[in-house]
Ligand binder design. Structure first.
Ligand SMILES: [Fe+2]
Length: 195
C-alpha cells in the first residue's frame, strides 16, 4: 500500500541582494504614498494603506528596467519548473508591478491574480517588533473542499523578510494579516502575462 500525494502547489522563494534596487524601490514607494491616483485599491484595505500604479517595471529609468529583468527571470524560473517549457522572451511579456504601503491596522483581503501566467511578491520594509503572525502573507489551500472539516489542510504562513519574496500561480488565493505597532510594511507585487 502506498499514499500518493497527487496535487502540488509550487511556490518558489527567492532573495534579492541588489541593495541599490531595494532602496530605490523603498524611496519610490515613500514618494508614491503621497500621491492619490484615485484608483481602486486592489486588495489592500485600511486607513493608511496605499498602492502605487502598476508601472514600476515599465518606467523610463535604469532601475525600472533592472526590476523588469529581475521579475521576468523569476517568473521564468517558476514557470519552467511547473510547465517544463520556458516563458516567451521578455519582449513578449507584459509585466505589471505595483507597490503596497501598509501601516498599523492595514491588511490585504483574500484575492488571487486572475489572467496572469505567473505572479509574485517582494518585501522591501518590515516593521520591527511585530507579534507572531502579524503582517504575514497567508497562502490558502486551492482545494476548496478541504478548507474546513476533518482533514482540513492548514493555510501556510510566509514570514515576510526584507529582500525576500515568493513566486506562485495566479490561481493561489492569499491575504495579508494586519500588524499593530509602529513602522511601515512595504512590498511590491507583480504579474507576468504572455502577450
Ligand atoms: Fe496578491
Amino acid at each position: 500500500m502506498q499514499i500518493h500525494n497527487l496535487f502540488s502547489v509550487p511556490v518558489m522563494d527567492y532573495s534579492v541582494d541588489d541593495e541599490d534596487l531595494l532602496s530605490t524601490l523603498r524611496n519610490h514607494l515613500d514618494h508614491e504614498r503621497t500621491v492619490d491616483y484615485e484608483e481602486n485599491p486592489y486588495s489592500i484595505r485600511g486607513k493608511t494603506s496605499h498602492h502605487t500604479r502598476s508601472d514600476l517595471a515599465n518606467l523610463d529609468s535604469e532601475w525600472s528596467r533592472r526590476l523588469r529583468a529581475l521579475i521576468c527571470k523569476l517568473a521564468n524560473d517558476w514557470y519552467q519548473h511547473v510547465n517544463q517549457i520556458p516563458l516567451p522572451p521578455a519582449n513578449q511579456l507584459d509585466v505589471h508591478c505595483w507597490g503596497m504601503c501598509m501601516s498599523e491596522g492595514d491588511f490585504s483581503q483574500v484575492h488571487n491574480h486572475p489572467g496572469a501566467d505567473a505572479c509574485g511578491v517582494l518585501w522591501l520594509t518590515i516593521p520591527e517588533g511585530r507579534e507572531e503572525r502579524e503582517g504575514q502573507l497567508v497562502l490558502m489551500d486551492p482545494a476548496y473542499a478541504r478548507r474546513t472539516g476533518v482533514g482540513q489542510y492548514p493555510n501556510v504562513d510566509v514570514e515576510p523578510r526584507e529582500g525576500y519574496g515568493v513566486v506562485f500561480g495566479p490561481y493561489l488565493e492569499h491575504y495579508v494579516e494586519p500588524f499593530f505597532g509602529e513602522g511601515n510594511r512595504y512590498s511590491i507585487a507583480w504579474n507576468v502575462t504572455m502577450r
